[in-house]
Ligand binder design. Structure first.
Ligand SMILES: *[C@@H]1O[C@H](CO)[C@@H](O)[C@H](O)[C@H]1NC(C)=O
Ligand SMILES: *[C@@H]1O[C@H](CO)[C@@H](O)[C@H](O)[C@H]1NC(C)=O
Ligand SMILES: *[C@@H]1O[C@H](CO)[C@@H](O)[C@H](O)[C@H]1NC(C)=O
Ligand SMILES: *[C@@H]1O[C@H](CO)[C@@H](O)[C@H](O)[C@H]1NC(C)=O
Ligand SMILES: *[C@@H]1O[C@H](CO)[C@@H](O)[C@H](O)[C@H]1NC(C)=O
Ligand SMILES: *[C@@H]1O[C@H](CO)[C@@H](O)[C@H](O)[C@H]1NC(C)=O
Ligand SMILES: *[C@@H]1O[C@H](CO)[C@@H](O)[C@H](O)[C@H]1NC(C)=O
Ligand SMILES: *[C@@H]1O[C@H](CO)[C@@H](O)[C@H](O)[C@H]1NC(C)=O
Ligand SMILES: *[C@@H]1O[C@H](CO)[C@@H](O)[C@H](O)[C@H]1NC(C)=O
Ligand SMILES: *[C@@H]1O[C@H](CO)[C@@H](O)[C@H](O)[C@H]1NC(C)=O
Ligand SMILES: *[C@@H]1O[C@H](CO)[C@@H](O)[C@H](O)[C@H]1NC(C)=O
Length: 865
């Protein structure tokens, strides 16, 4: 069984080799740090800074007999220990040896899916105990995973706990199936020591240093208690990944789901003042946490009229410890009393005079934390814990601010942290309220560093694909003013651009799809179904119906409408209209007769496209992307370029589709990127973007480069079962290209169609798009230029092609050495353009030189942008 999962793991490893791990801010070096890949013999690293160790080949732990190893039957869309699990229909225990006494994080990772040999997803129901603590009680994993209702989570569950060992000892973690017929499983376990008094209370601290009990008194966090992390939120625009923590691999999520009113985020404030960690140790949180904050805004009269509020969903019947992080770096503040505000927790006034400057010993740049303990009574089904800030009326600056929030659930008197399962019946009626999903997402969200669209899950986009547009102007611009009747949902629809695309009523959609008849379903995905329907007389349209009630879905829905309704371009799919009423989110596109580009490259019975057709499609798609990047007032970054998001109409015209993830690019002239959580599809994700979480249009260029290789080679970007070296198309193509044998991996269906110069040029432009360093990649405009040039070469030379010989040797009479001499390349270019007399106006010769430099040259381009 162990060997069977190797190819997948190797794929994962390969994927990871893109990323360079760095632990920037390791301030605390944990004595124990063990990250276990359960049910596997494989060690690997993930970009979050974790080094996973297979549990079958380490002496650091033992697992009781009776459990088995098995491979997941679906592939996780998130990088991690999710290809294999340890499972059993009876109790099993992990004993982790010789752990250092003191507090530690215990982290558990689950991937809810079916596993080999009859481990059905819905049968995973079990309890988990760690030492004396109960972490899960008859926990139905699939039920919980389904209640999360967030496609980006893709069935990954993550939990973090704090527990204490009182002496150097072994820790037993026991998995107990709930009943006969149910089984227990685990994919990953992590143990990381933490400093003694990071969250637990120092017994020597004076009374003012004790956590305050909301309602009166104090409440020390004693080492007998276990904690479960519910939220760790930094009040900035992107999460801080585990690798950038102070050494304990904590992730700091974004807070925007939990803030109730429009707070103002200030980012990277004052990066010159060195923080003075005299009030709290420097491992408390990474510097970045204290250099970004949320505040109320600049209109002080407005600020006096509201509370800056966060609402955190919690499980009733438990006590919680809330930690607030502050740091005064506001340039307006120069002394005591300049900025004073109040704090309410659960509507109790807990601080009536917060002066961060004073708290920091009358200095700026001194991080401080305050802990509060809140009891949430068990007299309600759902509860929110609220934090409200309000400016003091004596304050010179009428504003309040906060840098970060951490919230932990405290174990009860029996050592229990578990909650009852969500009740599926309740859920069905409440799902649209989203509470249950938010609750779970708190600590798990950032795990989704890579949101992938793999296989089934992903479909959402490929799906739309089939269904695209034929802009019927009278339809598209029909103003829906008469539709603003009582059936429209309030809030969101007011901001929808009804003037730019048509608003369909639910009745029209129901009619077009025969009440969502399954017969009309042309695609199924994580976000819902896609139907083929007919509007009016007989115009075929693709109707994408998003699952109701998903916040993620709502965001992407709005995003797609906003983006697409402003864009009209031959090479972009257009939106005909949308429907947003009766709790439905529906998008209507022209129907694209020929489906996705991928469907014409591999994996289907479609006849192969000719090389000229392929080039034409690549040029079209590149033009569409070029338009997105430069053709509109604000740059638009697509963020999910892939062969399933390039659709073909009946005339084989390529159209870029699926704008659900698109972002407006940097706006101010000084900005060159947007920071954002990394999203995209596995196999297409720009490693530079992943590494730095800085989004630029060059990430689209990278993904587009992957598409070029797919077009050339007629295979998927990542393949599971092949020889390791060949699993990643990008790596494989780079390797073959370097050796001068790119011809070897060309789609056999293209044999004898490609002129050798074309192949070479095409390979060059594809690989330059895939440059590790985003700034070294060409713009889409450059790409369009080169591809047009390739097309011209092809048309010219195509008549006598036979040089891509069976041996795979790329070029007649050329040696590897020749091919990588950059001067030679440049000369060749001018040779071509001169000898052929081609008009290459769209392709300035300076550009061509730059592009033609060997992709792997170590020499930095002095003209590099
Ligand atoms: C963190 O604080 C400790 C103790 O105050 C100090 O020894 C260490 O150098 C600091 N580390 C960094 C990276 O500032
Ligand atoms: C995996 O890592 C563990 C602990 O570092 C080591 O003992 C083991 O030899 C490694 N296994 C492989 C296959 O590299
Ligand atoms: C499994 O563990 C539970 C709880 O510790 C215990 O009650 C039960 O008897 C165990 N089952 C077996 C078969 O050992
Ligand atoms: C635990 O540590 C002790 C002392 O370092 C050592 O003798 C013992 O073999 C260790 N036990 C295991 C199971 O590794
Ligand atoms: C899992 O069980 C459910 C119902 O018990 C069944 O419908 C489904 O087909 C099973 N899945 C697999 C993969 O066996
Ligand atoms: C667990 O949840 C699944 C739904 O995901 C359900 O089919 C199954 O019956 C539940 N199992 C138990 C024991 O409640
Ligand atoms: C841990 O479990 C092992 C067997 O799995 C058992 O021998 C040992 O006594 C347990 N230790 C503790 C502290 O419960
Ligand atoms: C500090 O911020 C300024 C402006 O935002 C930037 O130019 C500079 O590079 C930053 N310095 C560091 C050390 O990050
Ligand atoms: C940091 O703060 C402490 C206590 O207020 C003070 O004694 C120390 O001088 C400060 N350090 C710096 C570098 O400002
Ligand atoms: C602040 O808001 C109030 C009420 O909305 C408005 O009347 C006032 O003009 C605003 N002041 C500034 C400086 O924007
Ligand atoms: C802020 O919240 C507190 C506590 O709930 C409340 O008493 C107060 O009226 C609120 N202030 C405003 C302006 O809403």
């Amino acid at each position: 069984m162990e060997t069977s999962n190797k190819p997948i793991t190797i794929l994962l490893l390969l994927l990871l080799s893109f990323f360079h791990l760095s632990k920037a801010d390791v301030i605390f070096d944990p004595p124990d740090l063990l990250t276990i890949n359960c049910g596997s013999s494989t060690n690997f690293s993930t970009p979050d800074g974790r080094n996973w160790i297979g549990d079958t080949n380490t002496k650091l732990l033992s697992v009781s007999r009776g459990s088995v190893l098995a491979t997941a039957l679906t592939q996780s869309t998130i990088l991690g220990p999710y290809t294999s699990a340890r499972l059993s229909f009876s109790n099993f225990t992990y004993s982790i040896f010789n752990l250092t006494a003191g507090p530690m994080f215990l982290r558990l990772f689950f991937f809810s899916t079916s596993y080999q040999n009859n481990f059905n997803r819905s049968k995973a129901v079990f309890s988990v105990k760690a030492g004396p603590y109960t972490l899960f009680q008859r926990f139905n994993v699939s039920l919980d995973a389904d209640s999360v209702n967030d496609p980006a989570r893709s069935n990954i569950l993550f939990r973090e706990y704090c527990i204490n060992l009182h002496e150097r000892q072994n820790l037993n973690i026991t998995f107990i199936p709930s009943s006969t017929g149910s089984y227990a499983f685990i994919n990953g376990i992590e143990i990381v020591s933490m400093p003694s008094y990071l969250y637990y209370t120092d017994p020597n601290v004076d009374i003012h240093g004790l956590p305050k009990l909301v309602g009166g008194g104090t409440y020390p966090i004693e080492t007998i208690l276990a904690l479960e992390t519910k939220y760790r939120l930094r009040l900035g625009d992107r999460n801080i990944p585990a690798a950038e923590d102070t050494g304990m691999l904590r992730t700091w999520d974004v807070h925007d789901e939990y803030i109730s009113n429009p707070g103002v985020e200030s980012l990277d404030i004052d990066n010159t003042t060195k923080l003075n960690f005299s009030m709290t140790p420097n491992y408390t949180a990474p510097d970045q946490v204290y250099r970004s904050l949320a505040s109320m805004g600049h209109n002080e009269s407005v600020n006096m009229g509201f509370n800056l509020t966060w609402q955190l969903p919690v499980d009733p019947g438990f006590t919680y410890v809330l930690r607030l992080h502050f740091c005064q770096l506001n340039p307006m503040v120069i002394g005591s009393g300049d900025q004073i505000f109040l704090i309410f927790i659960q509507d109790h006034l807990v601080e009536d005079m917060v002066d961060i400057f004073n708290w920091g010993d009358k200095q700026k740049g001194v991080p401080v934390v305050r802990d509060y303990v809140v009891i949430i009574r068990d007299n309600q089904k759902k509860a929110n814990l609220s934090v409200k800030l309000h400016p003091h009326d004596k304050s010179m600056i009428k504003d309040a601010q906060l840098n970060a929030i951490e919230l932990f659930k405290i174990s009860d008197t029996t050592g229990n942290l578990a909650v009852p399962n969500p009740d599926p019946r309740i859920q069905a009626t409440e799902i649209s309220h989203e509470n249950s999903s938010k609750k779970r997402r708190g600590t798990t969200k950032t795990l989704a560093a890579v949101v992938v669209a793999v296989s089934g899950v992903v479909l959402l986009s490929s799906i739309i694909a089939f269904f695209i547009i034929k802009l019927k102007k009278n339809v598209a611009y029909n103003n829906g003013s008469n539709k603003k009747d009582g059936t429209s949902r309030g809030g969101g629809s007011s901001s929808l651009p009804t003037d730019l695309c048509r608003h369909f009523t639910i009745a029209e959609i129901v009619e077009a799809t025969n009440n969502f008849d399954e017969v009309f379903v042309v695609g199924v995905g994580g976000f819902g179904n896609v139907y083929k329907g007919y509007i009016g007389d007989s115009t075929p349209v693709a109707i994408k119906r998003l699952k109701p009630g998903s916040q993620q879905g709502l965001n992407e829905f709005m995003n797609e409408i906003e983006m697409l309704s402003q864009l009209r371009h031959l090479h972009l799919v257009s939106l005909i209209g949308y429907c947003y009423e009766s709790n439905e989110m529906i998008l209507v596109y022209d129907f694209m007769d020929r489906g996705t580009l991928r469907d014409h490259l591999y994996g289907t019975d479609n006849p192969p496209l000719s090389w000229k057709q392929r080039l034409q499609i690549c040029i079209g798609a590149a033009r569409g992307l070029h338009y997105l990047h430069t053709g509109t007032k604000q740059m638009i970054i697509h963020r999910d370029v892939k062969s399933t998001n390039i659709l073909l109409d009946e005339k084989w015209v390529a159209k870029v589709s699926d704008f659900g993830l698109s972002r407006i690019g940097p706006t101010g002239s000084s900005m060159t990127h947007v920071s954002t959580q990394v999203k995209g599809s596995v196999g297409y994700l720009d490693p530079d973007y992943y590494k730095r979480q800085r989004l630029t249009e060059k990430s689209d260029v990278y993904s587009y480069g992957v598409v070029l290789l797919e077009v050339l080679c007629g295979r998927q970007p990542l393949l599971r079962m092949v020889e390791r070296q060949q699993a990643s198309l990008v790596d494989w193509a780079k390797h073959r290209y370097e050796k001068g044998f790119l011809g070897e991996i060309v789609d056999p269906a293209l044999k004898d169609q490609i002129a050798p110069h074309c192949l070479r040029k095409f390979g060059e432009v594809a690989l330059s798009c895939l440059h590790e360093d985003g700034t070294q990649r060409p713009s889409m405009n450059d790409v369009v230029g080169v591809l047009e040039f390739v097309m011209q070469l092809q048309l010219q030379d195509g008549a006598n092609v036979n040089a891509v010989s069976e041996s795979g040797e790329d070029y007649e009479n050329s040696t590897t050495e020749d091919m990588f001499s950059s001067s030679h390349s440049s000369v060749n270019v001018s040779d071509y353009s001169n000898s052929s007399g081609l008009n290459t106006t769209s392709y300035a010769s300076k550009e061509s030189e730059r592009l033609l430099e060997p992709v792997f040259s170590e020499i930095k381009d002095p003209k590099g942008r």
